[in-house]
Design a protein around this ligand. Structure first.
Ligand code: GAR
Length: 205
């Protein structure tokens, strides 16, 4: 594994598709001084994602990039790469991003793309396992615990090295919605925690 040591304030680009509550937690932790990092760009495939509004409210540059805005694959890739390079991004954080990351970006930012997943990987990961689908599957499987996982993004969906997990009890009367709520609370804590550990050199990638 290549060593990556952070010397200065860590620069982050977030990719988000929907509400962006994980993004908000990171913005809040940066603003209240708990996280020594800078969010330099928020990219979304969805022009109406509330994540973009959250970023604008925090004066972070936003970009709407999708296969509709950039139908040519090379153009799509280069547009994203140009943003990441011009803003000198150290880490990409996926925060509810529902599109695959092109292989060229995964290779270029190897070990520097993080994702948060709303279950205890390797359980309930892989194709089709995103958002509420995950919580429905956990409830249907009658699991007693679930949780959240922060992991490295590699070329296989939900497969990269697990950096941190925290669990939560699944109660008998939990629904996918109540479980999602409980798991989100954990997500909001642990994503910043992992980024902090990386920025302090306590997780070396
Ligand atoms: C979060 O629960 C996140 O773990 C999940 O989408 C939600 C986004 O919420 N991501 C995945 O399922 C990725 N496989 P948010 O937009 O409020 O942060």
């Amino acid at each position: 594994m290549r060593k990556y040591k952070i010397m200065n304030k860590i620069k982050l680009a977030a990719f988000a598709s929907h509400s962006g509550s994980n993004l908000q937690a990171i913005i809040d932790n940066i603003q209240n001084g708990k996280l020594n990092a800078e969010l330099v760009a928020v990219i979304s495939n969805n022009s109406t994602a509330y994540a973009l509004e959250r970023a604008r409210l925090a004066n972070i540059d936003t970009f709407h990039i999708s296969s509709k805005t950039h139908p040519n694959e090379i153009d799509y890739l280069n547009t994203i790469l140009n943003i990441l390079e011009s803003k000198k991004v150290d880490f990409i954080i996926l925060a509810g991003y529902m599109k695959p990351i092109p292989a060229e970006i995964i290779n270029k930012y190897y070990n520097r793309i993080l994702n948060i997943h709303p279950a205890l990987l390797p359980k309930f990961g892989g194709s089709g396992m995103y958002g509420m689908n995950v919580h429905k599957a956990v409830i249907e499987s009658k699991e007693k615990i679930s949780g959240a996982t922060v992991h490295i993004v590699d070329e296989k969906y939900d497969n990269g090295k697990i950096l941190y997990q925290e669990s939560v009890n699944v109660d008998e009367n939990d629904t996918p919605e109540t479980l999602a709520e409980k798991v989100l609370q954990i997500e909001h804590k642990i994503y910043s925690k992992v980024i902090k550990l990386i920025s302090e050199g306590k997780i070396v990638l």
